[in-house]
Ligand binder design. Structure first.
Ligand code: PD2
Ligand code: ZN
Length: 282
């Protein structure tokens, strides 16, 4: 017999949480009144998620959307990315941040750098106010974009990322390669497009919002150059072949995904960034 999750049950779950009862305690009482464990867990997850979302929207936040998410359910040490196994080195649930080890091998990093190097120019950021691109003093790196599946190497890496993050390859922007020389940095920012800016509706026509970022380290500096999350006091070391992933379910600072590239102090830092959109990026 299937057990019905009624509005009354949902309200009861929310009331328990608001009264400060732990998830474990609520689950225990549901089990004691005859609820199947899986049904109870699902009912709790759905009720609390919907309740929090209603509250967020009542406060004027933009709606939450689905985001890419690697499969960390059984606390794996490694994930199958199709043609490669990728290590899970660290993860944070809220905001969702995952550090991966060995996403690319040394030869792949070298090949991406070699293909990008002759095409570098001073990085532009999307100029939100005018919907064009402009040189930005907050971003003192040099960069270039590959088009999607531009070469067999780029296509292979994109397929690996799609499998790892369980997000369609066509929802990705082209890989961007950046080089930071000593002194270069990327000041803290959010990667989503600010809904308040006049240029944003035009940008969103190409596949909706950005919902996640994967920064892959291709070349290590000798010192400095961490990817930093100032609100979390988290710094990810830029080790070659590793990557940091983070997602943001709404274009709002409440996601606490403010992040930057700390100044390179010695040597050169090379990265490839993959930004993931809600829908196919055209
Ligand atoms: O280079 C980085 O660590 C970095 C920091 C912040 C890259 C990006 N943002 C990005 O490409 O969005
Ligand atoms: Zn960024």
């Amino acid at each position: 017999m299937t057990q019905q999750i009624t509005p009354e049950l949902r309200q009861w779950i929310v009331a328990q949480a608001e009264a400060g009862h732990s998830a474990e305690a609520v689950l225990q009482s549901m089990r004691a009144s005859g609820w199947d464990e899986d049904v109870a867990v699902q009912a709790m997850e759905d009720s609390l998620r919907d309740h929090l979302e209603a509250r967020a929207q009542a406060q004027g936040l933009p709606p939450a959307v689905a985001v890419p998410e690697p499969d960390l359910d059984d606390e794996p040490l490694c994930l199958d990315a199709g043609d490669r196994r990728v290590a899970v080195l660290a993860s944070l649930a809220q905001p969702r941040i995952v550090v991966f080890g060995g996403l690319l091998d040394d030869a792949e990093c070298e090949a991406l750098i070699a293909a990008a190097r002759p095409r570098l120019s001073r990085s532009l950021t999307v100029a939100m106010a005018s919907d064009g691109e402009e040189v930005n003093e907050d971003r003192t790196s040099e960069g270039m974009f590959f088009t999607r599946a531009e070469s067999p190497l780029v296509a292979r890496i994109e397929a690996r990322i799609a499998r790892l993050l369980r997000w369609p390859q066509e929802n990705g922007e082209g890989l961007q390669v950046l080089c930071y020389r000593p002194g270069a940095e990327y000041k803290p920012h959010h990667d989503y497009f600010d809904p308040q800016q006049p240029g944003t509706p035009t940008i969103l026509r190409r596949g909706g919002q950005r919902v996640a970022t994967l920064v892959i380290y291709l070349g290590e500096p000798d010192k400095g150059g961490a990817t930093v999350f100032p609100e979390l006091q988290l710094a990810v070391a830029p080790r070659r072949g590793n990557a940091v992933f983070f997602s943001y379910e709404r274009p709002h600072p409440s996601t606490r995904t403010l992040h930057g590239g700390a100044p390179v102090l010695a040597g050169e830092k090379w990265i490839a960034t993959k930004w993931l959109r809600e829908r196919e990026f055209v």
